[in-house]
Design a protein around this ligand. Structure first.
Ligand code: ATP
Length: 575
């Protein structure tokens, strides 16, 4: 067994000052860390590695840190690789020209470790020509490309990216490339079921990434990160997307997301979209689910929407009414705003996690486990149809009964519950998409202008403006954060004050345009220009979202592209 003193980071690989850091350097350091057992020795190697990078090529420090942390971007950008072992195996077989059978055999021989398989197969091959050395930057950039691929042929494109890395990898590089590809995915999956770094980090340190799924599994009382939906503009588009697939349409209720956990001892936990405790806010919900679960049900996790409800008039109330409800320590007898629960999914039942089941199976469990009670607890209204007219009518019915629109979900294929994911398998269709851009954006204010300015049609009332500026005044910072992207090309748009990012505003626009002055989504739809909003209107503060959950650059770009396609379709039709 080697000692850390035997591994001299500085001597492991040489490269010239200012040249990009070779990936081999990181791979060798990881190799040295892997055989260590003591935390101090591991940390020492990692520190030496970072120090060497800082001294020689400081520009590469960031990609090195991200790779070591098995991330490819800050959490709030929501980038994920979206690859599994099946895709990695395919890329391995194709790169090294081996058969699936041979890979499987090696996989069994080598303790089911795909990294070791990659290394063994690569080292058994004679290279005609030494490939050009891989750099950390190349690996990092390719991981980004993998994460950004979407659409029907994304698997094939991801596969090709993995292959370009593998052909250039030698020595222990293939092993660590595979580990990094797998690790990012494992940590992400575990996090989405147990979103608690307090649990994940100690488990990572003591058992390593491969034991993580075992060490950190789902626990009743810890909310799963909820699955969310992608916006689309109209029923025809959705029908086209889901051709040949069975799908179901549900009312999209306009209330508050609630994940309800019922433990075997009869206690109940209710969690918001953000995973915050909402148990004290809804004693009536606790009473209803306890009363309406069937006797065979001993534990469950329900995914629901809680809406304000006028029981006398039997009418669903708008979201604003629900906001009036007190948030903590609510006592039954004090409740003024009544609520109604619409359950649309079940994630756990009687000790069994159901995330991997298809929606039709989960739904069956849901319907069999509860008794409906009109006005108190019901299943989300749903139809399964592929008749365009029928769906249009269903959408109108939804809107007429006080809902925002529909959520359309795959039913028996590609229909598992995908925690924390804005999934392609849940599509939201809102009535108001039809008259402006696809969806509102959730934005974080980072700067402001003093004075009243022009605000006709901006959505701010006098009172709201007063309240917002009072809350933001305490957030003023002397200079912009290093990661703010802005342009000083036009003096008119240089703000008077910069702000600490602190809250999320829902803003709706009449459209999105390419702009030389604004920087949102720069580099995605245009190499040097960003995207700006036409006639933005403030809709409200999203108190249920934290800044990490604001719309990402990719979402802005997707929305811009969707709008472009729609405009193009309209133009084509006019021609
Ligand atoms: P929005 O502002 O449109 O609600 P969002 O980002 O908060 O967007 P999305 O995931 O995009 O949330 O939209 C789904 C949300 O709709 C869920 O978080 C949930 O609160 C709500 N919802 C209402 N009815 C349903 C339903 N039948 N199935 C799933 N979600 C539903």
């Amino acid at each position: 067994k080697k000692k850390s003193a035997d591994f001299d980071v500085k001597r492991a690989v040489y490269w010239g000052e200012g040249e990009r850091v070779p990936f081999m350097f990181v791979a060798k350091a990881l190799d040295a860390i892997k055989i260590e057992t003591g935390r101090i020795a591991m940390t020492e190697i990692a520190c030496n590695l970072l120090r060497t990078v800082m001294e020689t090529t400081p520009d590469d420090l960031l990609p090195v840190v991200y790779l070591l942390a098995t991330r490819i971007a800050p959490a709030h950008e929501g980038l994920e690789l979206g690859i599994g072992d099946a895709l990695i195996t395919k890329a391995l077989a194709e790169t090294f020209g081996t058969t699936q059978e041979h890979l499987n055999k090696k996989y069994k021989e080598l303790a089911k470790d795909l990294g070791l398989v990659a290394k063994a197969i690569r080292s058994s091959q004679r290279l005609m020509r030494k490939p050009e050395a891989l750099t950390v930057l190349k690996v990092f950039d390719t991981f980004h490309l993998i994460a950004k691929e979407s659409g029907n042929d994304s698997k094939e494109k991801k596969n090709n990216h993995i292959k370009t890395l593998l052909v250039a990898a030698t020595g222990c590089e293939p092993q660590y490339l595979i580990y990094l590809l797998q690790a990012a995915e494992i940590v992400k999956q575990v996090y989405s079921v147990i979103p608690e770094y307090d649990k994940i980090v100690p488990a990572l340190v003591s058992g390593g990434v491969w034991n993580l799924p075992k060490a950190c599994s789902f626990t009743l009382g810890i909310p799963v990160r909820p699955m969310s939906a992608k916006p689309m503009k109209g029923v025809p588009e959705i029908m086209e997307k889901f051709q040949d697939m069975e799908f179901t349409c549900e009312y999209k209720y306009d209330g508050e997301r609630a994940q309800i956990h019922y433990m075997e001892n009869g206690s109940v936990g209710i969690y918001s979209r953000n995973g915050e405790q909402n148990t004290g806010k809804f004693p009536d919900v606790i009473a209803a689910v306890t009363r309406l679960k069937k006797p065979t049900v001993t534990s469950f996790v329900l995914d629901c929407e809680i809406v304000a409800y006028d029981r006398e008039k039997q009418k669903i109330q708008p979201f604003e009414i629900l906001r009036k409800r007190a948030r903590k320590n609510v006592v039954m007898s004090d409740i003024k705003v009544e609520v109604r629960i619409f359950a649309f999914d079940i994630l756990y039942l009687n000790g069994q996690l159901l995330l991997q089941e298809q929606l039709n199976v989960r739904r069956e469990h849901l319907y069999n486990s509860f008794q409906e009670e009109p006005g108190f607890f019901q299943f989300a209204t749903a139809i399964t149809s592929n008749d365009l007219e029928e769906i249009q009518t269903f959408l109108d019915d939804a809107v007429n009964s006080g809902c925002e629109g529909l959520i359309i979900k795959t039913l028996n294929k590609d229909a598992t519950y995908e925690p924390s994911k804005r999934s392609n398998n849940w599509i939201k269709l809102k009535k108001d998409y039809m008259d402006s851009i696809g969806d509102s954006l959730d934005l974080v204010p980072i700067a402001a202008f003093n004075g009243l300015g022009k605000r006709t049609g901006s959505g701010f009332s006098e009172a709201v403006l007063e309240e917002l500026s009072a809350s933001l005044r305490s957030k003023v910072i002397p200079k912009p954060k290093s990661y703010y992207r802005y342009s000083d090309s036009d003096k008119k748009i240089i703000p008077d004050v910069w702000l600490e990012p602190s809250e999320v505003w829902e803003v709706k626009a009449a459209g999105l345009t390419i702009s030389a002055h604004y920087r949102a989504a720069i580099g995605i739809v245009h190499p040097v220009k960003g995207i700006s909003m036409r006639f933005p209107r403030f809709l409200g503060v999203r108190e249920d979202k934290n800044i990490e959950q604001a719309s990402s650059s990719d979402m802005v770009a997707d929305m811009y592209n969707a709008q472009k396609n729609i405009q193009k379709d309209e133009r084509d039709e006019n021609v």
